[in-house]
Ligand binder design. Structure first.
Ligand code: ADP
Ligand code: MG
Length: 173
């Protein structure tokens, strides 16, 4: 692997889970942009949004994307990374972009089972199913526009990983 692999998709689609497993299998570095950003900022995403606003968070997110792209590993991104045209083009040019695509009920079920993993504040203040549906309706086209490959993320993690390995002809299995 000579270029980074960017995993994109909404909260709960499995970017962190699949990314960690893919990195283990391919003996690559793994970076989670949300995790990196919070560590370097010394604040949680919720705190950044509350203290500085969404615009500041988005600027920090782009800076994070640029900082972590130096290597050739697996990069799990935040769900809203594709809102910026700059970020979409940056990822497409610097590496291979994979959209982990899953239907709304699957995402809702996962987020309801592990609410503490969705550390990001709600975007709309609506119930989770309405929010997931609204956010996906807004972003699905952007995920597809940014992605080189769309994979079915409703399958078990090991299967999703295998499908990425196959789609990218990765020399790890
Ligand atoms: P993301 O990083 O995209 O927000 P996570 O990897 O944190 O998503 O996954 C969210 C939750 O869904 C976690 O509890 C995780 O264990 C579960 N999960 C992720 N991918 C799958 C999958 N393919 N099948 C079943 N559960 C999954
Ligand atoms: Mg994650």
């Amino acid at each position: 692997m000579t270029q980074p692999i960017f995993l994109i998709g909404p909260r709960g689609c499995g970017k962190t889970t699949v990314g960690l497993e893919l990195a283990r299998l391919c003996q690559s570095e793994f970076v989670d942009t949300d995790h990196w950003l919070q560590t370097h900022a010394g604040k949680s995403i919720a705190e950044i949004v509350e203290l500085e606003g969404w615009e500041s968070f988005r600027a920090r997110e782009t800076a994070t994307l640029e900082a972590v792209t130096a290597g050739s590993g697996i990069i799990a991104t935040g769900g809203g990374i594709i809102l910026s045209a700059y970020n979409r083009q940056f990822m497409r040019e610097k590496g291979t972009v994979i959209y982990l695509c899953a239907p709304v009920p699957v995402l809702v079920e996962r987020l309801e089972a592990f609410p503490e993993e969705g550390q990001r504040p709600t975007l709309t203040g609506k119930p989770i199913s309405e929010e997931v549906s609204a956010v996906l309706a807004e972003r699905d086209a952007l995920y597809r526009e940014a992605a080189h490959h769309v994979v079915d993320a409703s399958l078990p993690p090991a299967q999703v990983v295998q499908n990425i390995v196959t789609a990218l002809h990765l020399a790890c299995a």
